[in-house]
Design a protein around this ligand. Structure first.
Ligand code: ADP
Length: 492
């Protein structure tokens, strides 16, 4: 039997009433509820607290405010017979700064909660908290036996381009777990969750000696295909805007019909796609005739110069339209629609490298493949994946100075194959890292001329392709030192 570190015995009804009385005389009033809610066969386990400030705020005053804001929920948890409250360890700053602040915030709240016999548990909720090692070291540092973790199977995104291994994360968090959350997103036709191997994950949880509650969560849009309807579901706490009281006055369940908005989005995307198609024909004529004119002997020098510009620019526009079409077409495809065959990524890398060698040589860049051994196949669309690898290699060459090296490697990582393109180039400034994957985003570098070939679509294409295949993209980069762009695809 799993023994959480804090006692999880639920208070008896009498205890609960006593606590409410104590609370009313000493602190702000709780919502007027009668303890009979504890009956009716319902067991309250924990309260999820959000929007009460950051317990990892590096500003001491704000952090203390957050601790204060959470206290009423400790009391409410006691009243309802819960064993814990779930909090967040969020803060803005370096990993070390936020870890130090979160340790203090959590320790302070846990000390308060201890008198109520209530646990304070932290969920991996994005950012540093999704790094298993970071979170467990914070929990350890609080030295509070009632402070623990709430591993959420589906929330290991440290940043937009960095995902922590969910099995490693849950394994690390389990020794401190007082509850677990089985988060689900997508299911395949057999009803299996597509992001988490539930058999493997459940084994990790049970092997850690946990035999208590599993929270089951689903996050996403509700689609009713028969009715052609899409709904957005949100549940939140309500506050009275006319008073300063911070206590919520109720719970709101918010259902929004997204059907029209989705139809509009589709219409917009269809229109852009149609326009791009329509633009191709006149562009081909403009380009063709401009090129013909450049071959004419009798035209004046200045006219030749202008016509050459028209030819080059129309070619560039046509390349942009092609890339844009490719991205919009992919966005509109369902994952199932991508034509997947067993594909060896090391072979794709080899072919791409040999096709890109002339371009690399032109810039005197050494383009090399790091030898890989025993790479299993993945299920993928060969032309899309090849184009994605090509985009990454092309960028690595374009955004590196002459006489540097670009290395492409393929490696097996647990259940996925990773392709990594590493350069010793200009690197990406920290503030741009989140955005380089966005459509049309380009990094502006001082002293660097505008690259005629740049569309800001290359990386968004890579991300779209990789995600369509159930994989993830990642970026590590240091300005002035180089970048490491990589992606994973699930192995077969
Ligand atoms: P494009 O290269 O067509 O502008 P991308 O979407 O491929 O569009 O890239 C977006 C931006 O990211 C580029 O403008 C470039 O500044 C930056 N970038 C991409 N790859 C690299 C790299 N390997 N090194 C440095 N900067 C890069």
């Amino acid at each position: 039997m799993h023994r959480p570190r804090a006692s999880t015995t639920r208070p008896s009804r009498a205890e609960a009433i006593l606590i409410v009385r104590a609370v009313r005389t000493s602190r702000t009033a709780l919502p007027r509820r009668t303890p009979s809610r504890l009956a009716n066969g319902i067991t309250s386990v924990l309260i999820m607290c959000d929007g009460e400030g950051n317990l990892g705020d590096i500003d001491e005053k704000k952090r203390n405010e957050a601790v204060e804001n959470h206290k009423k929920w400790v009391e409410a948890a006691k009243f309802l017979g819960c064993h814990s409250i779930r909090v967040n360890s969020h803060g803005e700053g370096s990993a070390e700064e936020v870890a130090k602040a979160a340790t203090e915030g959590l320790r302070s709240l846990s000390t308060f909660a201890k008198d109520f016999n209530i646990g304070v548990i932290v969920e991996n909720h994005g950012g540093y908290s999704s790094d298993g090692q970071w979170l467990t070291s914070v929990i350890k540092a609080t030295e509070s036996t009632n402070c623990g973790t709430l591993p959420d199977f589906g929330n290991f995104r440290v940043s937009r381009d960095e995902e922590y291994d969910r099995y490693k994360g849950v394994t690390e968090m389990m020794p401190y777990a007082k509850a677990v959350s089985a988060k689900t997103h997508d299911f395949d036709e057999q009803g299996n969750e597509t992001h988490t191997d539930y058999r493997k994950m459940t084994k990790i949880v049970l092997d850690a000696g946990y035999h208590s509650f599993f929270g089951i969560e689903y996050e996403g849009e509700l689609k009713f295909d028969q009715k052609n309807q899409i709904l957005n579901l949100r549940i939140s706490l309500l506050r009275d805007p006319h008073t300063d009281a911070k206590e919520p006055i109720g719970i709101a369940v918010y259902v929004r019909d997204l059907t029209r908005a989705k139809e509009y989005e589709k219409l917009k995307s269809d229109m852009i796609s149609l326009m791009s198609h329509e633009l191709r024909t006149p562009l081909t004529s403009i380009n063709g005739f401009a090129e013909l004119l450049t071959m004419e002997d009798g035209i004046p020098v200045s006219a030749r110069e202008f016509v050459t510009i028209i030819a080059n620019e129309s070619q560039r526009m046509s390349r942009m339209i092609n890339t844009f079409l490719a991205v919009t077409q992919l966005e509109r495809k369902d994952k199932q629609e991508v034509l997947k065959i067993p594909l060896r990524l090391d072979e794709v890398v080899r072919e791409t490298i040999s096709a890109m060698q002339p371009f690399a040589k032109k810039k005197r860049i050494r383009l090399i493949e790091q030898p890989a051994s025993r790479i299993p196949p993945v299920a993928a669309d060969k032309s899309l994946i090849t184009q994605a690898v090509k985009n990454l290699v092309n960028n690595a060459i374009r955004y590196s100075p002459e006489r540097t090296t670009v290395t492409v490697s393929t490696a097996l990582e647990a259940e996925a194959v990773r392709v990594c393109v590493e350069d010793r180039g200009f690197g990406i400034p920290a503030e741009a890292k989140e955005r380089v994957w966005d459509k049309f985003y380009r990094v502006v570098r001082e002293g660097q001329e505008k690259d005629e070939e740049s569309t800001g679509l290359g990386l968004s294409f890579v991300r779209e392709v990789v995600e369509q295949h159930g994989g993830q993209v990642e970026l590590h980069s240091e300005e002035g030192r180089g970048s490491k762009f990589s992606f994973t695809l699930p192995r077969l």
